[in-house]
Design a protein around this ligand. Structure first.
Ligand code: FES
Length: 180
């Protein structure tokens, strides 16, 4: 004969188990419901990749350069001297592999802003530091296969087919730019 207390205990245990199971399923269900909501509050990969960034140029002295990271790439910001501007503007377009006027590559003559990635196979050219090799045209030199860029970031010699890219940017203050 089955003991009544034993049956009662078994029923209690069964009820507890059902409650626990129901609670767990609800908890799991709600975590799935919450995740898309939390996820939707994060910026999408596209928004992150757009990477609009502001940079202050006031601490970059004339004749020096600064490298900033934007969209995972180095961007060269060069505060050009009068000589460098003149050099860049005195070049005939017929001498250039990728003909572009210096005036069309800058918003303000003293500030050259280019993506620091060689158009040949993507190395980062040297020339950002005063002590760096700057190539035969006083700009940048890509040691990977010997491409030379001038003080406007235009390719002048070597296998690189194109000038250093000018990214989309604008001045939002006298000495502040917004990239992107
Ligand atoms: S990657 Fe610059 S010259 Fe080849």
């Amino acid at each position: 004969m089955i003991n009544k207390n034993k049956i009662s205990n078994l029923k209690k245990e069964r009820r507890s188990f059902l409650k626990l199971t129901t609670f767990s399923v609800a908890a799991i269900g709600s975590s799935f419901a919450v995740w898309p909501f939390i996820d939707s509050m994060n910026p999408s990969a596209d928004v992150l990749a757009q990477g609009i960034k502001e940079f202050d140029l006031s601490n970059i002295e004339e004749g020096s350069s600064k490298t900033v990271k934007w969209r995972g790439k180095p961007v060269f910001i060069k505060h050009r001297t009068k000589n460098e501007i003149e050099e860049a503007r005195n070049v005939k377009l017929s001498e250039l592999k990728d003909p572009q006027k210096d005036e069309d590559r800058v918003l303000k003559p003293e500030w050259l802003i280019v993506v620091g990635v060689c158009s040949h196979l993507g190395c980062i050219p040297s020339g950002q530091k005063v002590s760096d090799a700057k190539g035969d045209f006083n700009g940048w030199f890509c040691p990977c296969h010997g491409s030379h860029y001038d003080s406007s970031g235009r390719v002048r010699k070597g296998p690189a087919p194109r000038n250093l890219e000018v990214p989309k940017y604008k001045f939002i203050d006298t000495n502040k730019i917004k990239l992107g």
